[in-house]
Design a protein around this ligand. Structure first.
Ligand code: SF4
Length: 134
């Protein structure tokens, strides 16, 4: 059973602000699974090895996009320049396990992401699906 506060769903629609693509301290890494690196490598027409060499770093055994302590290297204005190849972490925002307590949602997500409360209603089943993908 999902926690009660989102069992009736959550309204969310990306407003294209680009805010979730700007590094916010230690939470700013965009982590990459092997499938993410393969998808992005294909997007650039590179081998996975070459994509990883050019664009990735590894921290505590986990690959992530090289962090420039500012906007993601693929953010152009407020637009993702690799949208079709973007990583799973970007696809599933804001439905991340660490965001789904009422406190984290209200403090870390709703206070900063203009998509919260807008657009269509995501059902609890859909939200759980996003959480399971992350
Ligand atoms: S890959 Fe695209 S969606 Fe993900 S953080 Fe970078 S600019 Fe944003």
């Amino acid at each position: 059973m999902p926690p009660k506060w989102w069992s009736n769903g959550i309204r969310f629609e990306c407003q294209g602000s680009g805010k979730c693509c700007v590094s916010r301290g230690t939470t700013g890494y965009v982590y990459l699974t092997l499938v993410d690196r393969q998808r992005l490598a294909k997007f650039f027409g590179l081998s996975t090895r070459e994509f990883t060499r050019r664009y990735c770093a590894k921290t505590h055994g986990q690959f992530h996009l090289v962090d420039t302590e500012g906007p993601c290297q693929f953010l152009e204005g407020t637009r993702c320049s690799v949208y079709d190849g973007r990583p799973t972490q970007c696809r599933t925002w804001p439905f991340w396990p660490e965001n789904m307590s009422p406190k984290a949602w209200n403090r870390d997500v709703a206070g900063f992401c203009p998509g919260v409360g807008k657009g269509r209603l995501w059902t609890a089943l859909e939200i759980q699906g996003e959480l399971d993908r992350g």
